[in-house]
Design a protein around this ligand. Structure first.
Ligand SMILES: O=C(O)CCC(=O)C(=O)O
Length: 286
């Protein structure tokens, strides 16, 4: 794997960097096995963007320790530390399994819904981890190198929010990310990309964790989607990333208290506690 400094230089220049062979074969296998029962549920994407021949498993971080560990993998966090501000959050965590016959996704960039004028620094950083080798044939992610620096007008010619491509992308502009299972691509939330068409005979399994600035709204509401008992068992770092954290001075507060307090065994919701106290006083009034 390239050094942190080398990979950050590459990221800044082209908007993405591939980190090769971060996970060994047994680790990839453990992730595949943990994912399979969720894929067996058979849910398919609901539109062209999710992909009707694609399965997505949302809130993946809450679905097993193996996924949790990838969220806080040092190879990722060492790099995201340099790209976002302290206290950054996890904004999305999902498996993406693209089946044979799936067409290419609309070209888009991941932090499109933070409607700040481009060019601008990314509000989020995406990662896509390969659980199968990514090739040009099997739906490996396709990127437009350098597009992270484009302004709104140029982006608008190719991508129209998450609704779809506004126009045809010139031949050769999209480059497939080819990498072995256990590798990942880290890319800017401003980089134009898409999931490729899967013209092979086998599914392309992957998962994506995305991280956002600590002041930005997360795509997934992890404090609701992940059951409290499960959140309690997670590492402090993962809990912080999920939103059990404060962006100073008080973004993320829970009725003026630290949100970690909600995970204490003796926690009582302060609205419930206040209402109980008011009811008690009213009932004891002469
Ligand atoms: O699966 C991929 O390769 C890319 C998916 C993607 O970009 C997305 O769903 O936002």
């Amino acid at each position: 794997m390239s050094s942190v400094a080398e990979s950050l230089a590459r990221f800044r220049e082209q908007g993405f960097v591939i980190l090769r062979d971060v996970l060994d074969a047994p680790a990839v296998d453990a992730l595949r096995q943990a994912l399979q029962p969720y894929l067996d549920l058979g849910l398919r994407g609901r539109n062209d963007f999710e992909g009707e021949l694609t399965q997505r498993v949302y809130s993946l971080v809450g679905r097993g320790r193996v996924f949790e560990r990838t969220v806080e993998h040092p190879a990722v966090l060492e790099r995201v530390d340099a790209l976002l501000h302290p206290g950054y959050l996890l904004t999305a965590s999902q498996a993406i399994c693209i089946y044979p016959g799936e067409s290419a996704q609309p070209v888009h960039y991941d932090d499109t819904f933070y409607t700040l004028p481009r060019p601008r620094p990314p509000v989020s950083i995406s990662t896509i981890w390969a659980l199968d080798d990514f090739t040009a044939e099997n739906g490996g992610t396709e990127v437009i190198p350098g597009s992270h620096e484009w302004g709104d007008e140029r982006v608008g010619a190719y991508a129209d929010g998450i609704a779809g491509a506004a126009g045809p992308v010139p031949e050769g502009a999209l480059v497939p990310v080819e990498m072995a299972a256990g590798s990942l691509v880290v890319f800017s939330g401003t980089l134009l990309h898409r999931g490729g068409a899967n013209g092979s005979a086998a599914p392309r399994r992957a998962f994506s964790h995305q991280y956002c600035e600590p002041w930005a709204r997360q795509q997934e509401n992890f404090t609701l989607s992940i059951p409290r008992e499960r959140a309690k068992s997670m590492s402090p770092r993962v809990r912080e990333l999920l939103g059990y954290s404060i962006h100073p001075p008080f973004m993320g507060q829970l009725a003026a208290r630290h949100p970690e307090k909600a995970l204490a065994d003796d926690y009582v919701n302060s609205l419930v506690a206040d209402d109980a106290e008011i009811a008690k006083r009213e009932s004891s009034r002469p």
